[in-house]
Write a protein that binds this ligand. Structure first.
Ligand code: NAD
Length: 257
C-alpha cells in the first residue's frame, strides 16, 4: 500500500522504538511518505537518530514544544526543506511524576501548567505553524494521540486526564477553524500500551490487565495497530473525517462492566 506516496509529514513524539509515534512513523514511511522527525533534547537525539536511520531520506530536527522559538525554527526549516507539509503527527505528552502519584486534589498549579502546556497547548502551536505550509499544498491532516482517561477516571492518570480532555476539545476547535483551508484535525484514542510515558503511571500493568479481561476483543492492542489507523487518518482515505476522536482500544470504551 502506498497511500501516502508523494506526501511529506512531520512526526513529533518519538522517544524510542516503543513510542506510538514511531509505529506511526514506520507505517507512514512504508506507505510512501517522506518524514521529518523531532527530538526534544540532546539526551533523546541519539535514540531518534538511530531509529530514523531506517527511514529513507529522513529530516531530523530539534523541538522542545515548551519553547516557542524552537517551534518557529522547526517550521522555518521545514518550509525551506519541504516547501510545504501534508501531515503532522503530534505525539508529545508530559506530566510531572508527583502529579501522577499524589491524589488528584494535590495537583500543584505548576504541575497543572506543565501538563497542559506540553500535552495540549503544543497541539495548538503546531497547528498554527503548520497551517500555512499545509495550505500551500491544498490542505493537510493533523493527528494527535489521546486516552480514554479524558472522560473516565483511571487510577493515577490524574492531571493527564484533564490535559487529554483539553486536547480533545482543542481538536474540535482546530478542526472547526482550519477546515476552511481543507486542513483536518483528528485524534486517535489508543488503548494502553507499555511505553516510556506509560511506565510513569503507577499501576499501569493493572490497567493492561483490565483491558485484557473486559475489552470486547479480550486483548490489548499494539502500537502497529495504531500505526495502521494513523496512516488512514493522515492520508487521503479519511478526507471527509475531521474533529473526530477515533477509538483504537479493542472496544474497551463500550463496556459497561
Ligand atoms: P513516549 O514516551 O514514547 O512518547 C511521549 C513523547 O512525548 C516522547 O517522545 C517525549 O520526548 C515527548 N515529549 C515530552 N515532553 C516533550 C517536550 N517538551 N517537547 C517535545 N516532546 C516532548 O510514550 P507514548 O505512550 O508513545 O506517548 C505518545 C502519546 O500517546 C502521548 O500523547 C500519550 O499520552 C499518548 N497515549 C499513550 C498511551 C499508552 O498507553 N502508551 C495510550 C493512549 C495515548
Amino acid at each position: 500500500m502506498t497511500t501516502l506516496a508523494g506526501k511529506q509529514g512531520l512526526i513529533l513524539g518519538v522517544a524510542n522504538k516503543r513510542s506510538i509515534s514511531w509505529a506511526i512513523a514506520k507505517a507512514a514511511s512504508d506507505a510512501g511518505a517522506r518524514l521529518a522527525l523531532t527530538y526534544p533534547s540532546e539526551r533523546l537525539e541519539e535514540n531518534v537518530r538511530a531509529l530514523a536511520a531506517a527511514l529513507p531520506d529522513p529530516l531530523l530536527l530539534p523541538c522542545d514544544v515548551t519553547r516557542d522559538q524552537e517551534i518557529a525554527q522547526l517550521f522555518r526549516t521545514l518550509g525551506g526543506e519541504f516547501g510545504g507539509l501534508d501531515f503532522v503527527l503530534h505525539g508529545a505528552a508530559f506530566a510531572q511524576k508527583q502529579d501522577l502519584d499524589n491524589p488528584f486534589s494535590q495537583t500543584s498549579r505548576e504541575g497543572f501548567r506543565i501538563a497542559l502546556d506540553v500535552s495540549c497547548y503544543s497541539l495548538i502551536a503546531m497547528a498554527r505553524e503548520s497551517a500555512p505550509l499545509m495550505a500551500a499544498r491544498g490542505g493537510g491532516s493533523i493527528l494527535t494521540l489521546t486516552y480514554l482517561g479524558s472522560e473516565r477516571v483511571f487510577p493515577n492518570y490524574n492531571v493527564m486526564g484533564v490535559a487529554k480532555a483539553a486536547l480533545e476539545a482543542s481538536v474540535r476547535y482546530l478542526a472547526g477553524e482550519l477546515g476552511a483551508q481543507n486542513i483536518r484535525v483528528n485524534a486517535i484514542s489508543a488503548g494502553p500500551i507499555k511505553t516510556l510515558a506509560a511506565m510513569g503511571i503507577s499501576g499501569f500493568s493493572s490497567i493492561l490487565q483490565v483491558y485484557r479481561d473486559r475489552a470486547p476483543l479480550r486483548r490489548n492492542i499494539d502500537a502497529a495497530e495504531v500505526g495502521d489507523v494513523g496512516v488512514f487518518l493522515l492520508g487521503p482515505q479519511s478526507r471527509a473525517i475531521t474533529g473526530e476522536v477515533v477509538m483504537v482500544d479493542a472496544g474497551f470504551h463500550v463496556t459497561g462492566m
